[in-house]
Design a protein around this ligand. Structure first.
Ligand SMILES: C[S@@+](CC[C@H](N)C(=O)[O-])C[C@H]1O[C@@H](n2cnc3c(N)ncnc32)[C@H](O)[C@@H]1O
Length: 235
């Protein structure tokens, strides 16, 4: 994308009513003004709240919002130029149950209050394969701890990735840091998807930008579903 186009998209994002771009001082070691009140203030309902972390162009958030009008969705990413696509599409289609939050996921704890979130999707996160990048992996201990601070005790986290290393690593980290595995498969479309209920199958059939690319390359899609195990991770 050209620089001029990018700047136009950034400017347009500022005018979108369902895009939130907190400044660093609004989320760094402090609670964002919407923490605890997204449903009431933004969606004007009490429906369950679902986050997509690293939403990129927001295909999953928008796709799920179309299919499930009885839930609220928020796509989170730091890259505004990508997020613009999902924000624009949802506005054009008049989809009212999706919003976008442009922030680093490192600051997400300040954006949502205890028990505010029902479900999280982590869709094709950057695998950050080098040792020195370990802290950036979205299923690392620090991130898993952050999610526990706002996920309901019976909340669910889903991970989709094409990366075998990231999948194996996440499986271990999740078990070690306060969660219980509900479903794990290294090849989602080779059979397991047929075992899911109809609604889950519908969600899993939505393809993000990266999933389409990886599938065309012949990569297997790995999937993990997990929930808090109810034990204090500090204990
Ligand atoms: C490989 S892309 C996947 C995008 C989308 N989920 C998809 O499947 O098409 C990973 C996305 O995660 C975002 N991301 C990675 N680490 C992040 C962080 N710490 N905070 C916010 N966004 C992050 C990147 O900006 C990028 O858009």
């Amino acid at each position: 994308m050209g620089r001029k186009r990018k700047l136009e998209h950034f400017a347009e994002m500022k005018s979108f009513p369902h895009v939130f771009e907190p400044e660093l001082k609004e989320v760094f070691r402090t609670d964002y003004k919407l923490s605890g009140s997204w449903k009431q203030e933004i969606f004007a309902n009490e429906n369950p709240l679902v986050l997509e972390l690293g939403c990129g162009k927001g295909e999953y958030s928008v796709g799920m919002a179309r299919k499930f009008p009885e839930k609220n969705f928020i796509g989170v990413d730091i890259k505004g130029a990508r997020m613009w696509r999902g924000a624009k599409t949802s506005l054009e289609e008049g989809i009212k149950n999706v919003a976008f939050l442009r922030t680093r996921i490192e600051f997400i704890e300040g954006c949502f209050a205890e028990n505010e979130v029902d479900e999280i999707w982590i869709t094709f996160p950057d695998p950050q394969p080098k040792d020195r990048q370990e802290k950036k992996r979205l299923t690392g201990p620090q991130f898993l701890k952050r999610y526990l601070s706002f996920l309901k005790t019976d909340g669910i986290i889903h991970l989709k990735t094409d990366n075998q290393f990231f999948y194996d690593w996440s499986l271990e980290e999740v078990k070690r840091h306060g969660y219980e595995i509900l479903v794990s498969t290294a090849d989602l479309y080779a059979g397991k998807i047929a075992d899911f209920d109809e609604k889950t199958q519908e969600i899993l059939s939505i393809k993000t930008h990266y999933e389409k690319i990886f599938t065309e390359k012949g990569h297997k899609i790995h999937y993990l579903k997990f929930k808090p195990n109810g034990q204090d991770p500090k204990a």
